[in-house]
Ligand binder design. Structure first.
Ligand code: GAR
Length: 194
């Protein structure tokens, strides 16, 4: 069975959705590691409750990205991780991980990329008064939300929308689409994009 690691910085509702999909046997994988760059993030509590091993670090304790990414890599190798799943991991992936896991790192972003990359995509969509936004799942490259797109789904916005109402719709979509895309990627024949 293919093994995944989830990287997350915050609440971890997507992490939980992936865990739940595994429990329901809709997603056939083993989540062997949670990586978090935010000691104290709620996602770490979730992982502990699910008895999933964690590697938690604070970037400020390392001189540069390559140093903590080498640590992460050790944990990924020790846990024989096949695919890295970013789920609200608010940090750019560096060369160390990109080279070691070429074509095997995916991300979910709360907008229809290339619209609204980077931080606060929902706030950016609100401000732009767009009538549609959505979510994107894509391969990760060295850029900010720039890798090849795997899947997108749109939602329509009314003029009464608030940050909370958009977030609720976006997250419901994310929780449904991400596990099914992971399942597809792990089980298709030509296993990964290169
Ligand atoms: C998700 O909505 C995800 O799309 C977004 O962070 C949220 C994490 O929520 N990611 C980004 O904005 C990446 N640029 P969660 O911690 O509840 O899963």
């Amino acid at each position: 069975m293919k093994r995944i690691a989830v990287f997350a910085s915050g609440n971890g509702s997507n992490f939980q959705a992936i865990v739940n999909a595994v429990k329901r046997e809709e997603l056939n994988t083993s989540i062997t590691l949670l990586v978090s760059d935010k000691p104290g993030a709620f996602v770490i509590d979730r992982a502990m409750k699910e008895e999933i091993p964690t590697f938690v670090f604070a970037a400020k304790n390392y001189q540069e990205k390559a140093n903590y990414e080498r640590e992460i890599l050790k944990h990924l190798k020790a846990n024989e991780v096949d695919l890295i799943v970013l789920a609200g991991y608010m940090r750019l992936i560096g060369e160390t991980l990109l080279q070691a896991y070429s074509g095997k790192i995916i991300n979910i972003h709360p907008s229809l990329l290339p619209a609204f990359p980077g931080k606060d995509a929902i706030g950016q969509a609100l401000k732009a008064k767009v009538s549609q936004t959505g979510i994107t799942i894509h391969y990760v490259d060295a850029g900010m939300d720039t890798g090849p797109i795997i899947a997108q789904e749109a939602i329509t916005l009314s003029d009464k929308e608030t940050r909370e109402s958009i977030q609720e719709k976006i997250q419901a979509l994310e929780h449904r689409l991400y596990p099914s895309v992971i399942q597809h990627l792990l089980h298709k024949k030509e296993v990964f994009h290169q």
